[in-house]
Design a protein around this ligand. Structure first.
Ligand code: PLP
Length: 386
């Protein structure tokens, strides 16, 4: 057989489980989808308008590789206010094409072949493949339903080898909505210091916590700023998925290394999206809070209704996902999701799309209109009764 023309490290990576599943969804009619991790809101008008205005003014060129200086200054002010950690916009912040690019840049900047990256699972679908593409070795730590999928610092200790370099965190978590209590986060910080790890902290859902539950950034804890790369963006809280804007804040040497990769592969994030991001930071707070309140109402409805239907579901403190426990049905996550789709035309994502420790659970997104959620819950309830 002739040699494959696709590089081994790419060929051996599986396609995203979500993508395969949604190809089936798209081939069907009248499906209600609780599957997509994307706000159903359109980007607030004042943000769209600022991009239109900047186009009218003819701002269509490249920006600095690190991102427009005004945007970086606004990011520094926003992060200082909301995360209580200060960054120098001159050399500690880079604007990227979504948090997706920031994850890729950080991993490629930090890993030598064979270096290990520890992360908690179930987790966002891109973590393990991004680590592999950067030449690293993914090491997953399972989180538990009884802890509401928060991470226990004690569980991390078993993962350490001489090759461990990076700890990846994502709170609030996709797909479980977990938010870390401060006391446990402090222990995780102490663990990172003890083993001299760099922490990649993906805080893309940080604005979306409910009932006054605070979000704490690990970067703000003592001794952590110098070893943490804080990743954040605009896709979720500001309903800006299609604009493709994110950023990383971190120590100047790591940002410089990330910038070198970004410079040669991307050059800079799109200028009109950077203009829109600036508007979101400077004047987007009220629109974000309105969307958050709507998410809170939907979350309360979906959690109450699932529990009433006999599907145990904890009340997640953040993000816009619930992660109900379907073990009582005796089905695997994949069979549950496929049969629910076939019989009731409701799409949810099998927990295993987020790693093996997601078995026995499915992810339902409540970034879906309330009336759709109500119909979906009725159908799920019928399905489970049967
Ligand atoms: N990180 C997490 C945890 C996510 O859930 C997502 C998107 O679903 C991303 C990163 C990617 O975000 P972006 O649109 O900024 O690339």
């Amino acid at each position: 057989m002739s040699r494959s023309r696709i590089a081994d490290h790419v060929r051996t990576i599986p396609r995203s489980g979500i993508r395969d599943f949604f190809e089936i969804v798209q081939s069907m009619k009248e499906v209600i989808s609780l599957g997509i991790g994307e706000p159903d809101f359109v980007t607030p008008w004042h943000i769209r308008e600022s991009a239109i205005y900047s186009l009218e003014k003819g701002r269509t060129g490249y920006t600095s590789n690190l991102g427009a200086p005004r945007l970086r200054r606004a990011i520094a002010a926003y992060v200082e206010k909301h995360f209580s950690v200060g960054y120098n916009p001159h050399d500690e912040i880079i604007v990227t094409v979504g948090v997706s690019e920031a994850i890729d840049l950080a991993l490629r900047a930090l890993l030598n072949p064979g270096d290990e990256v520890v992360y908690h699972e179930p987790c966002y679908v891109s973590y393990s493949p991004s680590i592999l593409l950067a030449g690293g070795v993914p090491v997953a730590v399972a989180t538990r339903a009884e802890d509401e999928f928060t991470l226990r610092a004690a569980d991390l200790e078993k993962t350490i080898t001489p090759k461990t370099r990076v700890l990846m965190l994502n709170f609030p978590t996709n797909p479980t909505g977990a938010v870390m209590p401060l006391e446990e986060l402090k222990k995780i910080a102490a663990f990172a210091v003890k083993h001299d790890l760099v922490v990649l902290s993906d805080e893309i859902y940080s604005e979306l916590t409910y009932d006054e539950v605070p979000h704490h950034s690990i970067a703000a804890l003592p001794g952590m700023k110098e070893r943490t790369v804080l990743l954040h963006g605009f896709s979720k809280a500001f309903a800006m998925t299609g604009w493709r804007i994110g950023y990383a804040c971190g120590p100047a040497d790591i940002i410089e290394a990330m910038m070198k990769i970004h410079q040669y592969s991307i050059l800079c994030a799109p200028v009109m999206a950077q203009e829109a991001a600036l508007e979101a930071l400077e004047r987007g707070q009220r629109s974000m809070e309105r969307m958050r309140e709507e998410y809170r109402l939907r979350r309360n409805l979906i959690v109450t209704s699932l529990n009433e239907a006999g599907i145990p579901c904890h009340l997640p403190k953040g993000a816009f996902y619930v992660f109900p426990d379907i073990r009582g049905t005796g089905m695997t996550s994949r069979d549950f999701a496929l049969q629910l789709l076939e019989e009731k035309k409701v799409a949810v994502v099998p927990g295993t799309a987020f790693g093996q420790s997601g078995e026995g659970f499915v992810r339902c997104s409540y970034a879906t209109a309330m009336d759709q959620i109500k119909i979906a819950i009725e159908r799920i309830s019928d399905f489970v009764k049967k």
